[in-house]
Design a protein around this ligand. Structure first.
Ligand SMILES: [Zn+2]
Length: 174
């Protein structure tokens, strides 16, 4: 994806800034993910020296994803920073990229950031994400969908009154 190609050809030593916008169209290129309707701004500060580039990313925005229990739409805020060191080398043989250390051959003059940007934002989504509970501690999931999907009910602590018990007690009080 051309818009997410970091070109450092002829970039002088020192600090440079770039901005990327991750929107619906960007995440549509990764259909395997759970992210929809995103609006995330990435501010990149690049510090170039003779042998390496220090990339400091600042992610801010939000995306929507589906509740893992009822598929209701949930809003997920995004606000975090990440840093990657890019080292130039004559030969990348035997040099493996790590999470925050990438090796780049000296003759190259650009880097495709799209996969990195996607994975980094996607990791912000918790492995399990559910609709919030209301003020009485009851799940706000779509009950009809939960029933249809056969998802297990949230386990209640032993001895706790069930919602049905509470409803009966309330009706007795009135
Ligand atoms: Zn839900």
């Amino acid at each position: 994806m051309g818009d997410y190609m970091l070109s450092f050809a002829g970039l002088s030593m020192g600090r440079h800034t770039f901005r990327y916008r991750l929107d619906d169209a960007f995440f549509a290129c990764f259909p395997e993910g759970d992210i929809r309707q995103a609006d995330v701004t990435v501010d990149l500060t690049l510090e170039r020296t003779e042998r390496l580039m220090r990339l400091h990313f600042d992610f801010a925005g939000r995306f929507k994803t589906a509740c893992d229990r009822c598929l209701n739409e949930l809003d997920c805020p995004v606000a975090f920073q990440d840093e990657v060191i890019v080292r130039f080398t004559a030969d990348t043989d035997g040099k493996e990229d790590e999470d925050n250390l990438w090796w780049v051959e000296e003759h190259r003059d650009k880097l495709d950031l799209s996969q990195y940007l996607y994975e980094t934002v996607a990791l912000q989504r918790p492995i399990q994400m559910f609709c919030p509970e209301d003020e009485t501690g009851r799940s706000t999931c779509n009950a009809a969908v939960v029933e249809r999907m056969g998802a297990p009910e949230r386990t209640k602590p032993a001895g706790a009154l069930s919602e049905d018990n509470l409803a009966v007690l309330r009706s007795l009080k009135n």
